[in-house]
Design a protein around this ligand. Sequence first.
Ligand SMILES: [Zn+2]
Length: 228
Amino acid sequence: MFKLTPLLLALLYGFVLYRFSAWRTAKELDARSTELADPRLKRLTDKMASALDLERIRVNIYEIDPVNGLAAPDGRIFITRGFFRKYQQGEVSAEELASVIAHELGHVALGHSRRRMIDFSGQNAIRLLLVGILGRLLPGIGIWIANAVTSLLAAKLSRQDEYEADAYAAALLAKAGIGIAPQKSLFRKLEALTQSRAGAVPAWLMSHPKTDERIAALDALEARWGTS
Ligand SMILES: [Zn+2]
């Protein structure tokens, strides 16, 4: 029983942290978002909605500048004001923005957005536990190993999520008649933006795997679908 206490405390800490961050995220998003209303984009989200047998897909604008899309733990989809502005200025097409919405829908449908929060607090619990064990077994270096193992695990999980969300988006875009091409062209555009303006890396790219690898994964999907 005594040995279990640190584990229980770590789990409890993780749970409390999860509830708190979910609550804080929802509050922040409520305060700084409005429903996205754009006729051209609505035509595309309506196509995706009917492919999914939904009445409609609600998308919200989150009033911040960094170029990003996100899926809240409660299942709502957000596009940042910064991303929407790129669309209004003609730098990003309606189809390309729809591909971001499809990707975020994938995170919701596959349970990632909810799990990510749990991952985050679960990571802290695992980290604390490993630090406790390894720190005692290997004084000095144990903590370092514990941190490295936890970060590796987290990176691997989130990369997997991104590829899954991309595949979901590709299937949805294909079924809705929008196609996969905008998904790929957006990746390239964001990448170009990164190179032309140092320090202006779109947040949506930073939190995701390498562009080349994502496009290659989509090509592989297309090849598989093409032959089946
Ligand atoms: Zn993603």
